[in-house]
Design a protein around this ligand. Structure first.
Ligand code: ATP
Length: 516
């Protein structure tokens, strides 16, 4: 099935099974804004808990924070967002569609990479086990030609972005014959800068309203509280502050479902270190964060780092963790070495010292910062797109049937177990209800007695419930039930008294944290 079709099915599945709804749907929706349904909110909360615990529980020197969305407007002047939080936009005159110039070029660059990957895969099939990928990449003329074109374009692109040279960005688009995907033409306008911050007003007009911004990232709430936390928590450098919260960006092109939204949520951690040690910590956090992703078991090949050639104005090193979405490898998380830029800027704009007194060195300095920044919604999309599977099943009569199953890691699954009486009589519903009553303090349980047992299993597969428990007449005699495993569909007879232990081991977050 084409990846586009998979993605469409995934979006439809999210809506049909109460994961994600378009916002304000009865009013025809609001562009790039989404609501999370009954299962979506549980999955989202589980993702957040996994991240939060991996930061705050596993690291003695990382503490949490929940700062306000509204902040003093000067913060955004100091951080550079008022002047520089822009995307270069370009319009196609024929389709009247608007694009990010940098994204058009990045997508063009990705085509070279695709061509190279295809050559590699072709050769791998041809040569089988004797295939030496490294040597092939270094010597194959077609791979080398594409790599050279890609490197050249990349260098030109990075130079234009670093210099904010909008004319050159347009020229790159023209020279590379990049066409509008809708109209297929190269009838492009000039490239213009567009600031991504939303603004609103605080206070009534009579009192003199103040223009304030909806935060485009949560990080600045951490920087301006750096000394509050350091002093009250008696934190010693190196230490980190973690925060989860909403962020808002007036994205020019918001597509691909919850990949790029105008209101979204971030999980950010700023780690304050001694000047000079930042690149070492940068490498450390790169490794730790990659491990966090891979521990979910979606396959190591589906992740890669993308080191930045164009560094943001505040960074001296930056990388993205990319995941293979149905629409290609894309950023899920950014890891940035932000130097002392932010604290120094706030020191200058607020007139307050943002320094740390290092008792070991006997001196004060403005710490350097390593940031790890991941979007909750993008992580959600990663998890759900990795989990969504359609399986062909052979039925007893020889025909086939399709099973749609969300192979969610059990720790993240919204419902951990469904408890089902085989029939709605003979005391079976009461036994099922009692099991739910007992286990619901620990796990999200669901009671289900509607439809045939087969249909109930399918319904639970579709929402990703890892365990189904069926109560039948034998249960009355010997207190055993059938446990059915989502992924293998295997069934086993176990005692009711064993259920808690069997399930606990797999569905609780500490099991996952121990892998880190
Ligand atoms: P992009 O290049 O995709 O616009 P970015 O580099 O601007 O992203 P950062 O500012 O580094 O992103 O934000 C950190 C993380 O926040 C991203 O890795 C992503 O997971 C998430 N994020 C950023 N913008 C959005 C958005 N519009 N919708 C959903 N998540 C987002």
């Amino acid at each position: 099935m084409a990846q586009d079709d998979v993605f469409k099915k995934l979006v439809a599945h999210c809506k049909e099974y109460g994961y994600v709804f378009p916002s304000s749907e009865i009013y025809d929706g609001l562009s790039a804004v989404y609501d999370y349904g009954q299962y979506g909110v549980e999955l989202k909360n589980n993702i957040k808990k996994y991240w939060w615990d991996s930061m705050v529980l596993l690291n003695e020197n990382i503490v949490g924070l929940d700062s306000a969305i509204f902040m003093h407007p000067t913060i955004w002047k100091a951080s550079g967002h008022v002047d520089a939080f822009n995307d270069p936009l370009i319009d196609n005159r024929d389709s009247k569609k608007r694009y990010r110039a940098d994204v058009l070029i990045e997508e063009h660059l990705a085509k070279f990479e695709d061509k190279i990957s295809k050559e590699v895969e072709k050769a791998r099939e041809k040569f089988g086990t004797t295939f030496d990928e490294k040597k092939f990449r270094e010597t194959n003329p077609r791979v080398l030609a594409n790599q050279a074109k890609m490197d050249e374009l990349n260098a030109r692109f990075a130079k234009a972005m670093n210099a904010t040279d909008l004319e050159e960005l347009r020229q790159i688009i023209i020279d590379n014959e990049i066409v509008c995907p809708i109209s297929g033409t190269r009838n492009w306008t000039e490239v213009r800068q567009f600031n991504l911050m939303f603004s609103t007003e605080m206070g009534s007009t009579a009192e003199g309203a103040n223009k304030i911004f909806l935060r485009p990232e949560t990080a600045q709430g951490i920087f301006v509280n750096f000394l509050n936390v350091q002093k009250t928590g008696r934190m010693k450098v190196p230490f980190g502050i973690a925060q989860i919260g909403k962020a808002f960006r007036n994205e020019i092109v918001a597509r691909q479902f919850i990949f790029r939204m105008r209101e979204f949520e971030q999980m950010e951690m700023q780690f304050f270190v001694q000047p000079g040690s930042e690149l070492e910590w940068f490498r450390h956090w790169k490794e730790i964060r990659m491990k966090w992703h891979k521990a979910l078991g979606f396959g190591d090949d589906n992740y890669r780092f993308h080191d930045h050639t164009k560094l943001a104005h505040y960074a001296n090193a930056a990388t993205d963790i990319e995941f293979r979405f149905p629409f290609g490898f894309k950023e899920v998380e950014g890891i940035h070495s932000r130097t002392d830029f932010d604290l120094k800027q706030h020191q200058q704009y607020s007139g307050k010292k943002m320094q740390y007194f290092d008792p070991e060195k006997g001196e004060s300095y403005v710490p350097y910062v390593i940031e790890t920044s991941i979007g909750v919604d993008r992580m959600f999309l990663q998890v759900i797109s990795a989990a969504y599977t359609e399986e062909e099943l052979k039925k007893e009569d020889g025909t086939t049937d399709t099973r749609v199953v969300l192979r969610l890691p059990s720790v993240l699954a919204p419902v951990k177990l469904a408890v089902m009486p085989l029939v709605k009589k003979d005391g079976l519903p009461e036994i099922a209800e009692n099991i739910v009553k007992e286990l619901r303090f620990e796990f999200n349980c669901q009671y289900d007695d509607k439809d045939s047992i087969g249909r109930r299993y399918r319904r639970q597969d579709a929402i990703g419930t890892p365990y189904c428990i069926t109560i039948d007449h034998q249960t009355i005699d010997d207190n055993t039930v059938t446990i059915r495993y989502r992924d293998s569909m295997d069934q086993e007879r176990v005692r009711i008294s064993e259920l808690r232990d069997i399930i606990s081991e797999k569905v609780k977050i500490p099991g996952l944290l121990k892998k880190l």
